[in-house]
Each structure stands twice: as structure tokens, then as C-alpha cells.
Design a protein around this ligand. Structure first.
Ligand SMILES: [Zn+2]
Length: 59
């Protein structure tokens, strides 16, 4: 597993509507859920998965 930089900003993509929200890894470790305007809440417990997803989008 890759170490996640706490100051790294990650695009959290809503699985329901595809809306992207920018949060730092630090923020994600301090919150359990990220809420989208469509009403979908994404668990941030899978931070590494979210981080990997965000990193992959940069390629
Ligand atoms: Zn959404």
C-alpha cells in the first residue's frame, strides 16, 4: 500500500452522479463520510482506495 500524503488533495468522485469534490487526505481522515449534493454519502474509510482512484485519474 502506498503512503498517503496528508496534504495531498484528492478528487472524491460520487459513485451515484459523478460529482467531484476536492478534499485533502487530512480532511478525509478526520471525517467518516463525504456528502454529495445528490444525497449520496461516500464512506471515507476506504481512503487508500479513494486516493488510488484520484491518482489514477491524473494519469
Ligand atoms: Zn452525487
Amino acid at each position: 500500500m502506498n503512503q498517503v500524503n496528508k496534504l495531498q488533495t484528492l478528487n472524491i468522485v460520487c459513485p451515484q452522479c459523478g460529482n467531484k469534490q476536492l478534499r485533502t487526505a487530512q480532511w478525509l481522515t478526520e471525517h467518516q463520510l463525504i456528502e454529495c449534493h445528490c444525497g449520496t454519502s461516500t464512506h471515507t474509510s476506504d481512503l487508500e482506495q479513494l486516493a488510488n482512484q484520484a491518482v489514477n485519474e491524473l494519469d
